[in-house]
Design a protein around this ligand. Structure first.
Ligand SMILES: [Zn+2]
Length: 173
């Protein structure tokens, strides 16, 4: 099964050709972030206990249904931006897939992929914001506290999010 998230740099097409060359037509699922124009609050600091496992991604409900009814021996190929790939892999493991059954190829938005919405964790109020399409190094507003956050390029692999800290912190006034 092939899962292609937005921000994929063409790996999905490459895999598809490879699989088809072996005479197999893989199941395909597209997962993407919602198109938003303003930062959206994903998890407020107080709501950390009941995190949305789908992280706002569209297509994961369909993937879950497919995985839950799939047969043993399924292989999953995931491609897209880091945080999306991490989120999809977590959902797959939750549905019973083993890490050895999952192959993933992730792009860094802005470096090897295009700008996509990102999840930014605010170092100050601990809210998670789903930002409109952007790249690490850019800034976004925190939907929790309104601070102007600089998005750091490192993605947290267990939480599938980028760290954001006050972009004005360095400039003393
Ligand atoms: Zn904040």
């Amino acid at each position: 099964m092939l899962v292609v998230c937005d921000g994929d740099d063409g790996t999905g097409e490459h895999w598809l050709r490879e699989i088809r060359a072996r005479g197999i037509e893989p199941l395909q699922v597209r997962v993407r972030a919602p198109e938003i124009t303003a930062p959206r609050l994903l998890t407020a600091a107080a709501g950390r206990g009941d995190q949305d496992a789908d992280r706002g991604l569209i297509g994961l409900a369909q993937l879950r249904r497919m995985l839950q009814t799939s047969t043993v021996g399924l292989r999953l190929l995931i491609t897209g931006t880091e945080w999306q790939v991490l989120t999809v892999a977590a959902v797959a493991r939750e549905c019973g897939l083993l890490t050895s059954e999952i192959r993933a190829s992730a792009t860094s938005p802005g470096i090897s992929g295009e700008a996509v919405p990102l999840i930014v964790f605010c170092a100050h109020c601990e809210a998670e914001t789903l930002s409109p399409a952007t790249t690490p190094g850019a800034t976004t507003a925190c939907a929790g506290c309104g601070r102007h956050l600089e998005i750091h390029p490192h993605v947290n692999s267990s939480q599938a999010r980028y760290l954001g800290s006050d972009a004005t912190a360095g400039a003393l006034t």
